[in-house]
Ligand binder design. Structure first.
Ligand code: UGA
Length: 459
């Protein structure tokens, strides 16, 4: 079976290389010739552990090729996966469907044989039914040979684990309209199925909704624990212990209860907004209204970090601290939306770095992989090439993305480099005692931070 993958961004490039690894001949298509040139040379335009190796291996073996021609994929492949983006529309909550619509329309116009189109993009419910109609109408009008069917097969891969999640998925969900489409997809996924991956075959609407329901649930879990952070920051208590304790209940589960600066990336934030927009279109205005609060709680975490930075930097000040930070040097550790990725889309860390800069601070940013992408968005921050360079001479360090390099920092080595010993843990991954033992002021999200001056006053 020959496969094409339309759209060679994060999802598409991963899918294409992994399908080649499963033994298929694969042709990746993108409308961006620069991206296609790079991939054809075996160069991955983003960071994802293990993917570069697969790309090189299969470009060299000849099993994986790339093109910009719909004509070529339409004549060649049996199955076409569509993995183009559905970003948030500018100034609106809804998803921008123009790339999916363009990809499916182009396929419908160029397929000259029997084929299955398989949507993988995250889309508003109802899209697959609409596209199935579009495909049939387009092909009837052009009187093209061959039967073309549509299926929907949402993707659940996580950045940083994309190869593993694609080769060994924890479930496979397919929305199909015929027995034939299901059988084709069972052949495509024969290897993970043989490993025991659960197979869920359903209708279009369920398949579309499974994806947005999963992301909405994950976002809700994160904001749930972050809402409790607002309580423990006020009254006292330890947010991590709270998460551990409720997480022992298997009905709740500990994963995705890590309190911190909140969720970002190219999926969770825009998916919860698109879901609300879609259900409102359906006349169900109240149904997903709680997701507004999930979004608000998430965004408030960023305000909290900035407030905490002001508090920590003003520690000991007699007057109420000012909200501007002129000339204070702040080391921002991490700007990607999560570790093991160079993705800064809707990154809470980068947003905080920029807000600190706007408040007048001198911000030195270091991220093991994200500096380049971050500089593309906020060029005026000072991007440095190492952890040491970031913290040297700093009044405050703020850990915002939990890269291993930061989790493993030795406070005794960082201490002499800094002008003032102060650290904010925006991801709850540092051992507070190890830092306070060498004289650091330590503050963390989800933990009450008391200025020394308050304590003195209390005495
Ligand atoms: C997410 C989903 O986890 C994937 O299943 C899905 O396929 C993907 O979106 C998608 O729709 O394409 P991803 O965006 O790679 O994957 O990142 P996650 O691992 O879900 O993390 C999202 C954000 O939540 C990150 O900013 C992370 O730092 C934050 N997070 C995660 C927390 O703040 N606390 C947690 O406990 C877990």
């Amino acid at each position: 079976m020959r496969l094409s993958v339309i759209g060679t961004g994060y999802l598409g490039a991963t899918h294409a290389a992994c399908m080649a690894e499963l033994g298929f001949e694969v042709l990746g298509l993108d409308v961006d010739p620069a991206k296609i040139d790079a991939l054809s040379r075996g160069e991955l335009p983003f960071h994802e552990p293990g993917l570069s190796e697969l790309l090189v291996k299969h470009v060299q073996s000849g099993r994986l090729r790339f093109t910009t021609s719909y004509q070529e994929v339409g004549d060649w492949a049996d199955v076409h996966f569509v993995g183009v983006g559905t970003p948030q529309k500018a100034g609106e909550s809804a998803a921008d469907m123009r790339y999916v619509d363009a990809a499916v329309t182009s396929l419908a116009q160029h397929i000259t044989r029997d084929a299955l189109i398989v949507g993988k993009s995250t889309v508003p419910v109802g899209t697959a039914t609409r596209l199935a109609g579009l495909i049939q109408a387009t092909r009837a009008e052009l009187e093209l040979p061959g039967e073309v069917e549509l299926a929907w097969n949402p993707e659940f891969l996580r950045e940083g684990f994309a190869v593993k999640d694609t080769l060994h998925p924890d479930r496979l969900v397919v929305g199909v309209d015929s027995e034939h489409a299901e059988q084709v997809l069972r052949q495509v996924y024969a290897a993970p199925l043989a490993e025991g991956a659960p197979w869920i075959s359903t209708d279009f609407e369920t398949a579309e909704l499974v994806k947005v329901a999963a992301n909405a649930f994950l976002a809700t879990k994160i904001s749930f624990i972050n809402a409790f952070s607002e309580i423990t920051e006020t009254v006292g208590g330890d947010i991590t212990t709270l998460a551990d304790a409720i997480g022992h209940d298997p009905r709740i589960g500990r994963r995705f209860l890590n309190a911190g600066v909140g969720f970002g990336g190219g999926c969770l934030p825009k998916d919860i907004r698109a879901l609300q927009a879609r259900v409102s279109e359906l006349g169900l205005d109240r149904t997903m209204a709680f997701l507004n609060d999930i979004d608000d709680i998430n965004l408030r975490r960023r305000d909290r970090v900035v407030d905490l930075a002001v508090q920590v930097l003003n520690e000991g000040a007699v007057e109420a601290p000012s909200t501007v930070l002129p000339g204070q040097k702040i080391a921002v550790l991490g700007v990607t939306f999560k570790p093991d990725s160079d993705d800064v889309r809707d990154s809470p860390a980068l947003d905080v770095a920029n807000r600190l800069f706007t408040a007048g601070a001198d911000v030195a940013v270091y991220d093991p992989q994200g500096n380049r992408n971050a500089a593309g968005r906020f060029p005026r921050l000072d991007y440095v090439g190492s952890l040491e360079a970031a913290v040297t001479g700093a009044d405050l360090a703020i850990l915002l993305t939990e890269w291993d390099e930061f989790k493993q920092m030795d406070p005794a080595q960082i201490a002499p480099l800094m002008k003032h010993r102060a650290i904010i843990d925006g991801r709850n991954v540092l051992d507070a005692k190890a830092w306070t033992d060498v004289g650091f002021t330590h503050a963390a999200l989800g933990h009450r931070f008391k200025l020394s001056i308050d304590e003195e006053t209390a005495e």
